[in-house]
Design a protein around this ligand. Sequence first.
Ligand SMILES: Nc1ncnc2c1ncn2[C@@H]1O[C@H](COP(=O)(O)OP(=O)(O)O)[C@@H](O)[C@H]1O
Ligand SMILES: [Mg+2]
Length: 274
Amino acid sequence: IVGGLYLADREDGCPFDEQDRSRLERFATQAALAITNARLHRRLTSLAVIEERERIAREMHDSLAQVLGYVITKASALRELLRQPERLADAERHLRQLEQAARDAYADVREAILGLRTGLAPNRTLLETLRTYLERWQDQSGIAATLVVEPSDDVLRGLQPMAELQLLRIVQEALANVRKHARATQVTVKMVRLDGVLHVRIEDNGVGFDPNALERAKYPRFGLATMRERAEAVGGSLTINSRPGNGTTIEAVIPLGVVPVGVDGGEHARLDRR
Ligand SMILES: Nc1ncnc2c1ncn2[C@@H]1O[C@H](COP(=O)(O)OP(=O)(O)O)[C@@H](O)[C@H]1O
Ligand SMILES: [Mg+2]
């Protein structure tokens, strides 16, 4: 029970009849639906906020905290080396590593800021958001990024808000990996709608890797695992296709399914199949 409706008298003084009763029942059902949907929406928003915080914390840990720790260690090693004139060459090597670490962190943080500034906005479609993100990412990373969609106008129709958010984050994480690991010159994000399912591929022409040989022992890796969890959280799946020397393709498959009545406006409230 969501709530109660209390009615006193009819305006014309007549008693309530059967028709009033059924009309009121319909009204109550609609009201209950609207309230439930509003609550769901609020819950979704707060879940998204919690998740975002977790992601920011992780990003700060992965990039900033790690690199600053490294910088501190390097700096004290450097100070030692500078005391020994015969070890100037070593000192310079350490300095170069220090500079590289700072450059990497700079790129990470700039990308993270771009990511944080990119979210679902009520006045923009996800496609527009993705397009802008890709342009900015290309400018920052220096890697040519292309967005391909089929069909061109409504490839994302029927994608639920939660799935939209997950899709956005999957693309961002995949692109972050391209920038950090692939040494690629090109990346293509391709979204194809096929039989009520959305296929999203992020394909780079970089160095590739062996997905089965990821070092378990090293510092825990989150990116690929999180991408998979995100796809699965919205009923989809994720596959990694990569071979050393052969580029990498990440493919997420996300169902474009039924949208619950009322959650996203009546017009989408149908089985979305082409
Ligand atoms: N596009 C890519 N090109 C080359 N290597 C990749 C790519 N994506 C992922 N990798 C490899 O897979 C590893 C795991 O990726 P991920 O789970 O995102 O962790 P992280 O990015 O923190 O290292 C990376 O360290 C890298 O070796
Ligand atoms: Mg990663």
